[in-house]
Design a protein around this ligand. Structure first.
Ligand SMILES: NC(=O)c1ccc[n+]([C@@H]2O[C@H](COP(=O)([O-])OP(=O)(O)OC[C@H]3O[C@@H](n4cnc5c(N)ncnc54)[C@H](OP(=O)(O)O)[C@@H]3O)[C@@H](O)[C@H]2O)c1
Length: 345
């Protein structure tokens, strides 16, 4: 039976992954739309969504997907970062499956500096070896390119390559976006990095997941970036403030001063999320994603994303707790840097 919101008859959908953040959201939405969903994972990252069939398998093993050989699926979604896993999946499943979505990354690009690039023309990194199972994070972007090439070769007319930007939302294992709604909701003087006119981009995991399920239903093909249109950092803070019901008291501190005072970019201890060195990364958060919007990616208001994130606060780990996840600049360090900034003026 066709479900409300579904753009097709029920599909047999295979999600390679399906137990963590994005891939789990994709599997959940597909179940909710009435599709017959199978997820494949080792069972380490989490549980599959209710209503999905779970095949337990380790894709690092050459025989890992044997249980799926000769099974027909109308559509496949894969999120792997290892070309060796992708190659085995395609060798096992390409002949008996239809549409193939591969969730790649904007880290696949080789030019992080040029502003306003599109997926159709931006150069990508040299791919790693197609058999590689090397999880080295330094090879992440190049491994994603190798995975993309494999998909394009095995499924030249039926593949959707989605290069995701920063994915945010409930169960986000990082704190790169989440820091900001929390910080703005807490009030007081807020250290705002760089300049109000600098650009940022992000995508709500729910919007990306919806688009992936839409793509499986409609058979969307091509290579796209999966991220919002760029917006100024000032607007980013204003819309988050709307969402969390606060009036932010921002003090803008230039990059050079932050670097001198040990504030780190992007993620981790001492870091401010969605802040990257300029001009080196001027292209990373300014991708021209109009083709994605035209192909169906719909981005909910940032205020809603921020409010929904804040609503998860009671069930999230406390940021910067000893040995815990969600690392960022601490409130104490923020106050120190702000004091030094005012002192220097
Ligand atoms: N987060 C971001 O901001 C961001 C930005 C750009 C692109 N991306 C891309 O977006 C995607 C995110 O995927 P995700 O949120 O679903 O998280 P993920 O952490 O990439 O999920 C990996 C999934 O694959 C399964 N898996 C991992 N190793 C496996 C193995 N050896 N055998 C079988 N299954 C295995 C995991 O389950 P088990 O561990 O239980 O096996 C899990 O279900 C990735 O493609 C990532 O590269 C993310």
């Amino acid at each position: 039976m066709k479900q409300s919101g579904s753009k097709s008859a029920p599909l047999k959908l295979l999600v390679l992954g399906g137990t963590a953040f994005l891939s789990k959201t994709i599997a959940r939405y597909a179940v909710e739309r009435g599709h017959d969903v199978t997820v494949v994972a080792r069972g380490i990252s989490g549980e599959p969504p209710e209503g999905a069939r779970h095949v337990t398998a380790d894709r690092d093993s050459a025989e890992g997907l044997r249980a799926l050989a000769d099974r027909h699926f109308d559509a496949v979604v894969d999120v792997t970062r290892l070309p060796g896993q992708m190659k085995r999946a395609l060798e096992t499943l390409a002949a008996t499956t239809g549409h193939w979505t591969y969730v790649s990354s904007c880290s696949a690009y080789s030019d992080d500096e040029t502003v306003g690039q599109t997926a159709a023309t931006a150069p990508t990194l040299e791919p790693t070896d197609e058999d590689s199972l090397d999880p080295d994070i330094e090879k992440y972007g190049a491994s994603k390119v190798a995975c993309e090439n494999l998909v394009l070769r095995h499924k030249p007319d039926r593949s959707f390559i989605l290069r995701a930007g920063l994915i945010v939302g409930d169960n986000d294992p990082s704190y790169r976006f989440g820091y900001w709604p929390d910080r703005i909701a807490d009030g007081g003087e807020i250290l705002a990095p760089g300049a109000p006119t600098e650009m940022v981009q992000y995508v709500d995991v729910r919007d990306l997941a919806n688009w992936v399920v839409d793509a499986a239903e409609t058979g969307l093909t091509g290579v796209y970036d999966g991220v919002s249109l760029p917006m100024t950092r000032e607007r980013f803070f204003t819309e988050i403030a709307d969402g969390v019901g606060a009036t932010p008291n921002l003090t803008w501190v230039p990059q050079e001063f932050l670097v001198e005072h040990g504030v780190k970019p992007w993620s981790g201890d001492d870091a401010l999320g969605l802040w990257l060195p300029l001009p080196e990364y001027a292209g990373f958060l300014t991708r021209d994603t109009r083709p994605a919007m035209e192909a169906g990616l719909s981005i909910r208001p940032l205020a809603d994303t921020a409010a929904d994130w804040l609503a998860t606060r009671d069930r999230r780990p406390v940021p910067n707790a000893e040995g815990g996840p969600y690392r960022s600049l601490t409130r104490e360090r923020e106050a120190e840097v702000l004091a030094a900034w005012h002192e220097s003026r």
